[in-house]
Unconditional design. Structure first.
Length: 122
């Protein structure tokens, strides 16, 4: 597969990869194999990180890239979640990942209209 094909059709590539990984997660979940399911979350994160780096070499969203990296590392660490030390490391990586996500999303969220939205519900 050529790189130019990815650049031209990156939206369809993202949709196909998403659907394939989504279906794979259902199949793995049905077999109740927790380590493979947890590893698949890491594969998903690193797959989209690779696509992000491959498709946007000049304008990378670094907060999103670091989120995907730390979330993928956290997902792989949860494979050995029964070990207490690895569980703590996984939670720390997850916390750092969500700090990057919050840092990216917070400036784009407006809390002004949220008050009227929640008050208007009966």
């Amino acid at each position: 597969m050529k790189i130019s094909y990815l650049y031209r059709n990156y939206k369809s590539v993202l949709v196909v990869v998403s659907v394939v990984l989504f279906i794979a997660s259902f199949i793995v979940h049905e077999y109740e194999s927790r380590p493979i399911y947890r590893g698949l979350r890491g594969v998903t994160s690193f797959m989209f990180l690779g696509l992000l780096l491959l498709l946007n070499l000049k304008k990378i969203n670094y907060h999103l890239a670091w989120f995907l990296f730390f979330y993928g590392a956290s997902s792989f660490a949860t494979i050995w979640y029964e070990n207490n030390i690895v569980a703590v490391v996984a939670m720390a990586l997850n916390f750092v990942a969500f700090l990057f996500l919050i840092r990216e999303v917070y400036p784009k969220v407006s809390f002004v209209k949220m008050d009227t939205l929640f008050v208007s519900f009966p």
